[in-house]
Design a protein around this ligand. Structure first.
Ligand SMILES: Nc1ncnc2c1ncn2[C@@H]1O[C@H](COP(=O)(O)OP(=O)(O)OP(=O)(O)O)[C@@H](O)[C@H]1O
Length: 300
């Protein structure tokens, strides 16, 4: 098997007395999109900055494209694209000028792809927040990097712009680019990621292939408990039943189809309507809440 594009073992990062990253392992393989998720302050930006060579780890081993980023940042920069949360480009330049300054050439296709062609002669200071984000992405991918760091790439974008960004990322993946993504939008990770890690308070609380991580968590059935019924009236189910004060029943089960079948048969037999009935396999949001609550499962 080939060496991972990113290989991190036992990484620790300190800010003075405070240890923000407390011993994490990560491997990102060629051509995959790895989502680094986590609660606020979990340490994602610190990890990202370490991988980009912007800060040295206080302990552990970090290799990016086979190189130690804190020792040889220049070697990595030439082969990576970085889309930061706040890029701070010169406000007076136009979009086309900025792109040419970043990398020589016309870039008409890339501008078109990111829906910026019609804004090519507009100054950066006049762009909307969403257009700024698309310009950030444009500049990050102009050099056709082997490895792309995307730090919350769709924050502030409307749903259509977000979809467009996802399409660009999918095209890059199809072309063999490796992507490390951080995002607070779990549906973004669920839509794009092959593998992921969820950080909480400086450690990895959950990690693995997206499909394995989702499969390791119970499915859910929820509905409004019909009027005048008590939860004790529910039929015998394999899952755990939680009854919230608002009258909603929430069932966590590893036998989704069987439990749903039992519930629907019971409701039909007794002529009951299960209001706002929902049944679904675990979503990344369920996994995220479990990780935060310390119920994570390291799947791989
Ligand atoms: N320069 C700094 N000095 C001291 N503490 C810092 C510094 N930068 C970050 N921290 C702390 O380190 C921890 C991790 O911060 P980091 O920005 O890496 O988290 P994050 O996962 O990116 O958070 P968010 O999702 O909120 O952006 C936080 O508790 C933060 O307050």
């Amino acid at each position: 098997m080939r060496n991972p594009v990113i290989d991190v073992a036992g990484l620790r990062c300190r800010y003075g007395d405070f240890e923000a990253v407390r011993g994490i392992d990560l491997q990102v393989h060629e051509g995959e999109l790895f989502a680094l998720l986590g609660t606020n302050g979990a340490g994602k930006t610190t990890v990202l900055e370490t991988l980009e060579g912007l800060r040295a780890p206080s302990a552990g081993r970090v290799r990016v494209l086979g190189v130690d980023p804190s020792r040889d940042r220049a070697a990595i920069r030439a082969r990576t694209g970085v889309m930061l949360q706040d890029s701070g480009f010169p406000a007076e330049l136009t979009v086309a000028e900025m792109a040419r300054l970043w990398r020589r050439g016309d870039h008409a296709d890339a501008l078109e792809r990111l829906d910026l062609a019609h804004r090519r002669d507009v100054r950066i200071k006049q762009l909307s927040g969403g257009e700024r984000r698309r310009l950030d992405l444009l500049l990050a991918v102009l050099g056709e990097p082997e490895l792309l760091f995307l730090d919350e790439p769709t924050t502030g974008l409307d749903p259509e712009s977000r979809q467009r960004t996802w399409d660009v990322v999918r095209d890059l993946l199809a072309g063999g680019t490796t992507v490390l993504l951080t995002t607070h939008y779990l549906e973004e990770a669920e839509s794009l990621a092959h593998r992921l890690a969820i950080m909480h308070e400086g450690v990895v609380a959950e990690s693995g292939a997206l499909v394995d991580v989702l499969a390791a968590h119970p499915a859910r059935i929820s509905f409004d408990l019909p009027d005048r019924l008590d939860v004790s009236a529910l039929p015998m189910l394999s899952g755990d039943v939680v009854h919230v004060p608002s009258g909603r029943v929430d069932i966590r089960t590893r036998q989704l189809q069987d439990d749903l079948d039992v519930l629907l048969s019971w409701a039909r037999r007794d002529g009951l309507a299960l209001g706002r009935l929902r049944a679904h396999h675990a979503s990344l949001e369920d996994v995220f809440h479990a990780a935060r609550a310390g119920r994570g499962v390291i799947a791989a």
